[in-house]
Design a protein around this ligand. Sequence first.
Ligand SMILES: C[S@@+](CC[C@H](N)C(=O)[O-])C[C@H]1O[C@@H](n2cnc3c(N)ncnc32)[C@H](O)[C@@H]1O
Length: 179
Amino acid sequence: MGRFTRFKNMSVNDEKFTPQYAVLPILKYLPKDKIVWCPFDTKNSEFVIALQENGFEIVFSHITTGEDFFEYEPEKWDIIVSNPPFSNKKGVFERCLNFGKPFALLMSNLWLSDISPSKLFKNKELQLLLFNKRIQYDEKNRIPFGSSYFCHKLLPKQIIFEELEVIKGQYSRMYQDFK
Ligand SMILES: C[S@@+](CC[C@H](N)C(=O)[O-])C[C@H]1O[C@@H](n2cnc3c(N)ncnc32)[C@H](O)[C@@H]1O
C-alpha cells in the first residue's frame, strides 16, 4: 500500500504524474548553480529524480507531507520547476509570479484559452516551451490536449519549439506513492 493512500480522495485530475521523457527537455534551461524547488513533488517524482541525477541542488515538497504550496516556502530556493495541480492553476501561477523568481510549470495548452493567463501575465513575460507531441501521463494514453512549460524569467527567448521523444509505456514512479 502506498504511503499516501489516505489522500486518495484528493482531486483525481490532480494526481497525474509527469513521465521522465517530459521532464528532461527543461533541464538544459536550468542554471546548474541555482537551487530548484519542486513544490508538488515527492521523492519519487520524475522531476526530483531527474534533477538529482543531473547534479542539481534541489528541495521538494508536497501537500501530503504537510507542505501546502500556498503556505509553505523552503528557506532557500531560486527556481520553481514542476507540474502543478490542475485544480487551482490561477492560484499557483499567481503565487509563483508574486515570488518574482524564475519558474517553469508544465501546464495544459488549453489553459491559454482561459482568461486567467492574459490577466496574470499582462505585464509579466510569459515564456513557452512548446512540444510537437502530447505527453501521455498514464496508461490510458488518451490525453486529448498538448502540454507546455509555462515559464517566467527562464528561457532564452519567449517561445521555443522542442521535439518531444515520447517513450510509450514510460510513466512516473510517483504513482507508487498513491497506489
Ligand atoms: C499534477 S500532479 C503532478 C505531480 C508531480 N509534480 C509530477 O509532475 O509528477 C500535482 C500534485 O500536486 C499535489 N498538490 C495539490 N495541491 C497542492 C498544494 N496546495 N501544495 C502542494 N502540493 C499540492 C497533488 O496532490 C498532486 O500530487
